[in-house]
Ligand binder design. Structure first.
Ligand SMILES: [Fe+2]
Ligand SMILES: [Fe+2]
Length: 393
C-alpha cells in the first residue's frame, strides 16, 4: 500500500512546522519585534497543534494560463459530469438501511442487527471502522477539491459546474460516513468514543494528497481514490455476505455503488484532459504515480497508536479488503481507461512519462511478489477502536 514518509512521526509534533512552496509563491515574511515589544505569547506553548504535520508541500504548480482550459470546460462539465449525480429524491439515505427509531419494531430490529454483528470477527470490524473514519473526514476532501485552481467553489455557493459538482459530490458522500457510523454505533462491537476521537484528530490533521492546487493532479487523484474506495467497500460487502450478514453486505454494497458512479465522473474529466492536453495530462499522471497515491486517511491517529494507519492498512491487506495488488490493478485500470498506451505525437518528456505509467503496474507487482516471498513475522496489535483487543496484522 502506498505510504508516504515525509511526515513528522513524533507526537506531540515539533512546533512551527510550516509549508514550503517550491514554485515561487508568496511566503510569509518573518515578523521582526523590537526587544521591548516582544510579545509574551511567543514564549508560550502553541495552544493547539495537529497530531500529524506535513513538512514539505508544493503549491500552485499548474501554469496560470491553463486555468482557462477549466473555464472553457464549464458547459462540457455540465453536460458530461453533472449527469453522474443523482437527484436527492432518487438517492438512498442512511435511514433506508437502519432500524427506524420512531417505529415500535426498533428494539427488535436493533437486536437482530446486533445478533448478526456478533458473528463477525474483530479484524473485519477494524477494516470497517477504518473505512468509516475515512468517510467521516469528508470536510477534508471538500477542502481538497476547493484547493484546486480553476475549479474551486469561490463563494461556497458558486453556480459554476465545477462548484456544483463539488458540493453535490460532498452531499452524496456525506451519506457514507453517516450510514457506517450509525451502523457501528448500533452494532455494540466497537468503542465509539475512541472512534470519534480518531475522526476529530484526522479532520484536524487534514490530508496531503500532493495535488499542488493543480486540477490535473487533483482529478487523477480522485479518479484513483474513488476506485480504491469502490474496491474496499465492495470487499467489506463480500466478506459480510460470506458471513451471512446480508444487511451489512447491503450497506457496504450500496456505498460501493456510489463510489463507482463517482469514479465514472472523475475518470471522464481526466479523459477529457487527455483529449485537450495529452502532454500535460500524461506528465501529471506520471507525476502523481511517482509521488504515489496516498490514502485519504494517511494522517490517522487515535491518541495512542503512532502508526495507526499502517496497522489498519496491514489488517486491510491481510483480509483482502484493500491490498497492494489493488493499488497496481487500479493503476492498470486507469492506464487502460484513458488509453494511455495508444496516445501518439507526444513530446519527448511526455513520451517518457507515457512509458513510465504504462509499465509501472507490472514493476510494482514484481516488487510486491518479491516482498511477499520474504517470510513475514506474524504479529498482533491492540486496536483502541475495539477496546484494545489484539488483531493479527
Ligand atoms: Fe465515500
Ligand atoms: Fe468517494
Amino acid at each position: 500500500m502506498a505510504l508516504r514518509t515525509s511526515l513528522s512521526p513524533s507526537f506531540p509534533p515539533m512546533a512551527n512546522t510550516t509549508t514550503t512552496a517550491t514554485s515561487g509563491n508568496a511566503r510569509k515574511s518573518p515578523r521582526v519585534y523590537m526587544a521591548s515589544t516582544l510579545p509574551k505569547v511567543e514564549k508560550a506553548k502553541k495552544p493547539y497543534s495537529p497530531p500529524r504535520v506535513v513538512e514539505l508541500q508544493v503549491t500552485h504548480s499548474m501554469p496560470l494560463e491553463k486555468i482557462e482550459i477549466f473555464k472553457s470546460l464549464e458547459d462540457w462539465a455540465q453536460n458530461n459530469v453533472l449527469i453522474h449525480l443523482k437527484p436527492v429524491e432518487k438517492c438512498w439515505q442512511p435511514q433506508d438501511f437502519l432500524p427506524d427509531s420512531a417505529s415500535d419494531g426498533f428494539y427488535d430490529e436493533v437486536k437482530e442487527l446486533r445478533e448478526h454483528a456478533k458473528e463477525i470477527p474483530d479484524d473485519y470490524f477494524v477494516c470497517l471502522v477504518g473505512d468509516m473514519i475515512t468517510e467521516e473526514a469528508l470536510p477534508t476532501y471538500q477542502t481538497m477539491l476547493n484547493t484546486l485552481d480553476g475549479v474551486r467553489d469561490e463563494t461556497g455557493a458558486s453556480p459554476t459546474s465545477w462548484a456544483v459538482w463539488t458540493r453535490a459530490w460532498t452531499a452524496e458522500e456525506n451519506r457514507h460516513g453517516d450510514l457506517l457510523n450509525k451502523y457501528l454505533y448500533l452494532s455494540g462491537r466497537v468503542d465509539m468514543k475512541q472512534i470519534e476521537k480518531t475522526i476529530q484528530y484526522l479532520i484536524g490533521s487534514g490530508m496531503d494528497p500532493r495535488t499542488e492546487n493543480n486540477p490535473y493532479l487533483g482529478f487523477i487523484y480522485t479518479s484513483f481514490q474513488e476506485r480504491a474506495t469502490f474496491i474496499s467497500h465492495g470487499n467489506t460487502a463480500r466478506h459480510a455476505k460470506e458471513r451471512g450478514d446480508l444487511k451489512l453486505a447491503q450497506i457496504c454494497g450500496i456505498i460501493a455503488a456510489d463510489e463507482k458512479r463517482h469514479e465514472t465522473a472523475y475518470t471522464k474529466i481526466v479523459e477529457k484532459l487527455f483529449e485537450i492536453d495529452p502532454d500535460g495530462t500524461v506528465l501529471a499522471f506520471a507525476d502523481m504515480m511517482r509521488k504515489k497515491i496516498s490514502m485519504p486517511a494517511h494522517l490517522m491517529y487515535d491518541g495512542r497508536d503512532d502508526n495507526l494507519f499502517e496497522h489498519f492498512s496491514a489488517v486491510a491487506q491481510r483480509l483482502g479488503v484493500y491490498t497492494a495488488k489493488d493499488y497496481s490493478d487500479i493503476l492498470e485500470f486507469l492506464v487502460g481507461r484513458w488509453k494511455v498506451g495508444e496516445i501518439t505525437g507526444l513530446s519527448g518528456e511526455a513520451s517518457k512519462a507515457q512509458d513510465y505509467v504504462c509499465t509501472l503496474a507490472s514493476r510494482i507487482r514484481r516488487l510486491e511478489e518479491r516482498a511477499q516471498g520474504r517470510a513475514k513475522k506474524a504479529s498482533t496489535r491492540p486496536f483502541s477502536w475495539i477496546y484494545d483487543r489484539e488483531v493479527l496484522l
